[in-house]
Design a protein around this ligand. Structure first.
Ligand SMILES: [Zn+2]
Length: 223
């Protein structure tokens, strides 16, 4: 059983693959706090505009008023006297978002963060490794693997129904892109350039250097 602090601030992080229910869990916690008449402020990055400009929206359609912000530092000036600060889709925020969480925590606030922990290449997502390190409590949720039915911890990116390569462009005009939860065994990531011969491969390496390694991207929408 988890013992929660009776006073002071702390950080809770909810991570997992897409379709693991992170936003729903964030909202469940925020709603329970509202029932206890604690004041709640919720933020999300401005770029996550899938459904509605000002609400955190989960897949079951329930919503809670949230404010989109450009940078994580803006949160500090907007929390006011809220007891609890929610941050949704935090993986799309800048690197400072974990420092913001720590400052709110130091201020005596309860901070609840929901985020993807890995991108579709299974690389740690942006600022989330730091967030996990400074958090008091971490919950890693699983979805259900769409292939085998086992516990899914990874997000499969599909383009026109086929597993996306790591260097796949962000936008493929005319191609149907989708995501599904998968387990470690069923997740597929085809190699980027399987058909190159050795000479061509060496030339490419010389031209592109380390920058050819893709950084954890913001190339897909989070759930
Ligand atoms: Zn599986």
């Amino acid at each position: 059983m988890r013992v929660m602090p009776s006073q002071g601030g702390w950080i809770e992080v909810i991570v997992g693959s897409m379709f693991s229910g992170k936003s729903e869990e964030l909202m469940r916690r925020l709603r329970r706090a509202q029932i206890a008449r604690q004041s709640v402020a919720v933020f999300k990055p401005l770029l996550d505009n899938r459904y509605h400009a000002t609400d955190v929206v989960s897949h079951d359609g329930t919503r809670l008023a949230a404010r989109p912000v450009d940078t994580s530092m803006q949160i500090l000036g907007m929390v006011g006297d809220a007891d609890i600060v929610g941050i949704d889709v935090a993986q799309f925020f800048d690197e400072q978002v974990f420092e913001v969480a720590v400052r709110l925590d130091d201020d005596g606030k309860r901070v609840i963060v929901a985020a993807l922990d890995m991108d579709f290449k299974n690389e740690p997502f942006g600022p989330i490794p730091h967030m996990l390190a400074v958090a008091e409590f971490v919950d890693k949720l699983q979805a259900i693997c769409q292939v085998c039915g086992g516990p899914a911890t990874r997000t499969q990116r599909l383009i026109a129904g086929r597993p996306a390569k790591p260097d796949e462009p962000v936008i493929r005009v005319g191609a149907q892109e989708s995501y599904e939860p998968r387990c470690r065994q069923c997740h597929e990531l085809p190699s980027a350039r399987p058909s190159l011969d050795l000479a061509e491969s060496a030339l490419e390496g010389a031209l592109e250097g380390p920058s050819a390694i893709a950084r954890p991207g913001i190339e897909y929408v989070a759930r």
